[in-house]
Design a protein. Structure first.
Length: 255
């Protein structure tokens, strides 16, 4: 009796197992069918809406192209996320921080960091902003020699280190600003200032004196410094560099 009961129990277990396997197989088929149908529906939906998706994608791309520049400086040749004016200040500050001795003598190429004059602060500041001021001035003299009457023979090793040539260059391609010292707001960081009838040049700092007038970063015979130089200085001209005023042929990058 026990043997027969045990055999009957095993038979029931086998039947349940078969039913379970059949169910699992059927579920697997249903799952595969469902996945296949789902994929087919997705493909059909994509085919149906592909034009709309393409339009949406193109629109998003256009919006990105239009909006991204709003969050970036409009004048940032070297692409470091800072404006040219900010780079000019930092570059000029680094130039005088190197504590170079005053030496305006002729050299082929660029003078070493340990030596220089007032104009060397300027090209070094422009180099920090990504511009090769030497090549820019040389290219303009080559294309417009009559604009530089003092240049008898073009020499790219020295022309960019003469204040008079830089004065002419900036008068042609930078915005001329008032020289009125009574209004501190007229003097912005990165501005270029010509002093004493083309005998000196410097860059306006982002730091100010107690009266709100900015300091000047410059290299005189006395010192390479960032100092309260503006109040007592004889200002000849005041310019603000704007790359948008510069012809593309003169936007020569520093290498």
């Amino acid at each position: 009796m026990k043997t027969r009961a045990f055999a009957g129990g095993c038979k029931k277990v086998r039947e349940k197992c078969k039913k379970g396997l059949h169910f699992a197989a059927g579920y697997g088929k249903m799952k595969k069918t469902g996945l296949r149908e789902g994929r087919m529906k997705l493909v059909r939906w994509i085919k149906k809406h592909i034009c709309s998706l393409a339009v949406i994608g193109a629109t998003l791309l256009m919006l990105a192209v239009m909006l991204v520049p709003l969050f970036l400086p409009v004048d940032d040749l070297n692409g470091n996320g800072r404006s040219d004016a900010a780079d000019l200040v930092l570059g000029a500050r680094a130039a005088v921080a190197a504590n170079p001795v005053y030496d305006a003598s002729y050299v082929k190429g660029y003078p070493p960091e340990t030596a220089g004059a007032c104009t060397d602060v300027i090209w070094r500041a422009f180099a920090a902003a990504g511009y090769s001021l030497r090549d820019m001035v040389d290219a303009d003299i080559a294309a417009n020699p009559s604009a530089y009457p003092n240049v008898e023979k073009r020499d790219r090793n020295i022309d960019y280190r003469r204040v008079v040539n830089l004065h002419i260059f900036f008068s042609r391609y930078a915005e001329e600003i008032s020289t009125d010292k009574s209004d501190p707001s007229l003097w912005q960081p990165g501005d270029i200032v010509i002093f004493r009838d083309d005998r000196h040049i410097g860059i306006i700092s982002d730091r100010t004196n107690a009266d709100g007038l900015p300091l000047v970063i410059h290299h005189s015979i006395l010192a390479a410094e960032e100092a309260d130089y503006l109040p007592g200085a004889e200002v000849t001209a005041h310019y603000r560099f704007d790359v948008n005023r510069l012809p593309r042929r003169l936007r020569i990058a520093w290498e």
